[in-house]
Unconditional design. Structure first.
Length: 142
């Protein structure tokens, strides 16, 4: 969603009983005074294949929701038990562990709710916990 010049919105769990796990992240657009917008895309099939999947991008990834920040990509990963990925090598990276646990090369163990900010870190490896796996969100800002 792009709030643009202004928009009313709210988030809610339509179930009165089932818990919800909700993460809200904001990135500033390249330009001011843009029109509000909304896009929705089911990326579950891509996530099930493993690795990182572009979820939102200003860099023209075909399979991602388009955002108005040309230097940014939000990657998502539903990492299987023990799966290893390379964190994008970019000027600024923000890694968030939404579920599970992982080991970040050079930084140590991360668990649910942990976040790491990296600057010019050279693309360290991230390995999902062999017992529980990991779901991660990674902002790449180039």
């Amino acid at each position: 969603m792009s709030a643009g010049t202004g928009i009313w919105h709210s988030e809610m769990n339509p179930s009165g009983e089932a818990p919800v796990h909700f993460v809200q992240m904001w990135v500033l657009p390249d330009t001011e005074r843009i029109d509000p917008g909304y896009e929705q895309l089911d990326i579950n099939p891509q996530l099930e294949k493993g690795g990182l999947v572009p979820l939102a991008s200003g860099r023209g990834h075909d399979s991602a929701i388009s955002i108005r920040q040309s230097g940014a990509t939000l990657w998502g990963g539903r990492l299987t038990l023990g799966e290893t990925i390379e964190v994008p090598d970019s000027a600024a990276v923000h890694l968030f562990v939404a579920r599970g646990a992982a080991e970040l090369e050079g930084a140590g163990s991360l668990t649910t709710g942990d976040a790491v900010r990296l600057t010019a870190a050279g693309g360290p490896r991230l390995t999902a916990d062999p017992a529980v796996g990991a779901e991660v969100l990674i902002w790449e800002m180039g």
